[in-house]
Structure formats: structure tokens, C-alpha cells
Design a protein around this ligand. Structure first.
Ligand code: MG
Length: 402
């Protein structure tokens, strides 16, 4: 049943619940409570961003929670692009609303994820996607039940011990061929069923076979106040893996009409010579970013022998390096460039250059630095034969010391 082309996979994050079991809080429902300094749902979104294979993301929320979601999204770097959909009266109705919105994006698969399961890993998501790609219509991550199970009477005395043989606890993301689960949800709604507590059970009801994949013991659903406290401790205690990369570049100056530095063109009586637009500043920073995850240098990714990069705007190189960093799970903390040039004067353009960096990297302006110095008329820079740039990038990686 191997499918021939790679199919696209969207995500529905269910975040409309009120979270009563976690008790009242000024931070709102539990998906917006802070763990490790950020709302739970922000960590869930980060997990999909780190995985890097998710297509469009739909978040189903309660209409009261728009501002809470906005606050959570603002803590993600870069801010994820999401479609926000109002939820229904039940979880089931909320998921249906999310699936309908996702179907407008034309994706093949849907991963339906609880907002309050922030500890999903790329491995788990890969297992789910591989199973879908192998031709299964419904995929459920589970873990075997390890506790001994008791059935009790209404007054709380044990009536029997339930065999845990072949018993599994269901997790999310529950993953489906989008058209099949959407049909099943619509059939359930129109037949008056509104009591399903997860999506795999709707698939089962509709006669869709559900394949199991190995879940993860870490993939807990944060339900109680204790769960939130333990999650906060886990994230706050994480070892921080901060890495620094440096980069250096030089381009030759020739007679011309101006130079492009940090993506900003400035008129000048010389131009920089190069295969691309010869933006030394962005080339140095691209190398610095690549260095933080051992990903080679700019020449490995964009060989000068390749005609595609002739005259190219160097922001392409920088954005590609930033994407590689993100795929490694990194978050750019700081970018610092020093330009070494006798002329033109950099000062008047510095703010525009910093703003360009901020926009290209998706980080705040105070994390972007551009400095300039002359070379005191000494050497090749002093003789106005070229411009040099050195750059430093600082990137934090989430899991530390892998
Ligand atoms: Mg260069």
C-alpha cells in the first residue's frame, strides 16, 4: 500500500477546553498556564516547529481566549502562522470545526493534538507520519498500561482486578487521512452522537481500522495542578545549550555605483565584486549561523559555481541558514556584525541594517547588532580595495548536550 508521492500533513490543535480539573487561575485555562516561563500551548507549537514537517496549523479556541492565545504566540520565535477557529460546545464539535478549517488548506493528513500535551517529540511525530505514509488511514500513539487496574463499586470497594493484557493508553497526536476523519466526524455529528472523547473512537465507530504506534511516556496530558507543577519543574530545570558561531568574509571593491550591506543598498563610488550581490555582512553572518549547528559554510550550501546564485540577494543565504538552525531545534538569540570599511559611512544606514536583520531572522531588534570601523587607512581595507565583515551568532538549543 506504499503511496507514491509525499503527502502533506496539517495539524489541528484543540485548545477550547476550560480545564476545570487544574483549578482556577488568573492565567486562564490550563493550556495558557505558564510552564518554564511560557504558556503550555506555546511549547506544543514549538514541538511542531522543531519537527519541521507540519503543514498548516489550525488552533481551535474558546472565544474568550483570543488574547491569551495571542500572548502565547508572541513567545514563539518565529511567531507561527496559524489559523484560529472558534470551538464548539464539546471537544468533538471543536475538532470538527478544526478539521473543516484544515480541509480548506488542501492537505492530505490531519494530526489532531491536545494543546496540553507539550512534550511530543520529533521521533513520535515521525513514527505517526511514517505509519500514515505506509497507507494506514488512522494512526494512534499509545503506551501499554503498566499499573494494575481495579474496577470498583460506587462506594469505592474493589469489585475486580481487570487484566491489563493488550490494554493501551491513547495519546495524541491522533493522525488520520483528513478526508476520512472529516467524513467520520460529520457522520457522527449528523447521527446525534456527541459523546466521543477522542478521535480514534470516532474512526472506530465509522469502521476505519486504527493502527497503533509506540507513544512516549513523556507525552503526558497536563490535566491537574500537579501535572502543571511537574511540567514547570521539568522545563525550568532543563540544561541550556547555548552555542556561538563566528563568520568572516571579504569582497573586493571595484569602480561602481554603490554597495549592499545587510541587505541595504547605499550609493558609493565603488561596488563590491562577487558572484551574488556580494553582501559581505550577510555572508559572514550566514557562516556564523551555520557554525552553531555544525552545518558547514555558505560555499557548501550555495556554491559559487552554481548559476542560480548569480546576482542573488544574499538574504536568501541568511534565511536558509536560519531555517537550518530552526530544523536543528535552535532559536537565534543574537546576531552581531562588525563591518571593516574605509567608506562608505555605515552610521547613517545602521538602523535600517539592524531592522533588515531583525526581519530576516524573525527576532527582535535588540538582538540585532551592526557595528563599523575603518582600518585606519592601513592594509587592503585602508587602501579601499575591499570591505571585510566579521559576525557572531548566538543560538540556544532546547534539549542540551545530545
Ligand atoms: Mg562572500
Amino acid at each position: 500500500m506504499q503511496r507514491e508521492r509525499e503527502l502533506s500533513c496539517g495539524v489541528v490543535i484543540v485548545a477550547a477546553g476550560r480545564g476545570e480539573r487544574a483549578g482556577a487561575s488568573t492565567e486562564g485555562p490550563k493550556q495558557y498556564r505558564r510552564i518554564g516561563g511560557r504558556p503550555v500551548i506555546a511549547w506544543t507549537l514549538d514541538a511542531f516547529a522543531t519537527w519541521g514537517k507540519a503543514g498548516p496549523i489550525v488552533i481551535v479556541i474558546h472565544s474568550d481566549d483570543e488574547a491569551l492565545l495571542e500572548t502565547a504566540l508572541a513567545t514563539c520565535r518565529p511567531r507561527p502562522v496559524v489559523t484560529i477557529v472558534p470551538g464548539g460546545a464539546t471537544r468533538q464539535a471543536s475538532v470538527l470545526a478544526g478539521l473543516k478549517a484544515l480541509s480548506e488548506h488542501g492537505v492530505d493528513y490531519a494530526m489532531i493534538q491536545d494543546a496540553v500535551r507539550p512534550f511530543i517529540t520529533p521521533d513520535l511525530l515521525d513514527r505517526c507520519l511514517e505509519k500514515l505514509s505506509a497507507g494506514f488511514d488512522a494512526v494512534l500513539p499509545t503506551i501499554p498500561v503498566t499499573d494494575t487496574l481495579k474496577r470498583a463499586s460506587a462506594i469505592g470497594d474493589v469489585q475486580e482486578t481487570v487484566s491489563r493484557d493488550r490494554l493501551f493508553a491513547a495519546q495524541t497526536p491522533q493522525c488520520f487521512v483528513l478526508s476520512k476523519i472529516l467524513d467520520a466526524h460529520e457522520a457522527a455529528a449528523s447521527s446525534g452522537r456527541s459523546d466521543f472523547t477522542d478521535d480514534a473512537s470516532i474512526a472506530e465507530w465509522a469502521g476505519i481500522p486504527v493502527a497503533l504506534v509506540e507513544g512516549s511516556a513523556d507525552n503526558v496530558k497536563l490535566t491537574t495542578r500537579q501535572d502543571l507543577l511537574m511540567a514547570d519543574e521539568k522545563l525550568s530545570g532543563r540544561r541550556i545549550d547555548v552555542r556561538t558561531g563566528n563568520g568572516y568574509d571579504v569582497h573586493q571593491l571595484v569602480p561602481g555605483d554603490g554597495v549592499t550591506l545587510c541587505g541595504i543598498f547605499m550609493p558609493h563610488d565603488q561596488s563590491l565584486l562577487g558572484h551574488s550581490d556580494a553582501d559581505v555582512a550577510l555572508h559572514a553572518l550566514t557562516d556564523a549561523l551555520l557554525a552553531t549547528c555544525g552545518a558547514g559554510d555558505i560555499g557548501d550550501h550555495f556554491p559559487p559555481s552554481d548559476d542560480r546564485w548569480k546576482g542573488a540577494a544574499s538574504r536568501i543565504f541568511l534565511e536558509h541558514a536560519a531555517e537550518i538552525v530552526r530544523r536543528h531545534g535552535g532559536v537565534v538569540m543574537n546576531a552581531d556584525i562588525s563591518l571593516i570599511a574605509e567608506a562608505p559611512k555605515i552610521g547613517p544606514h545602521r538602523d535600517a541594517m539592524r531592522q533588515a536583520l531583525s526581519q530576516m531572522l524573525g527576532i527582535s531588534l535588540d538582538r540585532c547588532s551592526v557595528k563599523a570601523t575603518t582600518n585606519e587607512k592601513i592594509g587592503f581595507v585602508g587602501r579601499r580595495e575591499g570591505i571585510a565583515a566579521i559576525a557572531t551568532a548566538t543560538v540556544s538549543f532546547p534539549d542540551g548536550f545530545r
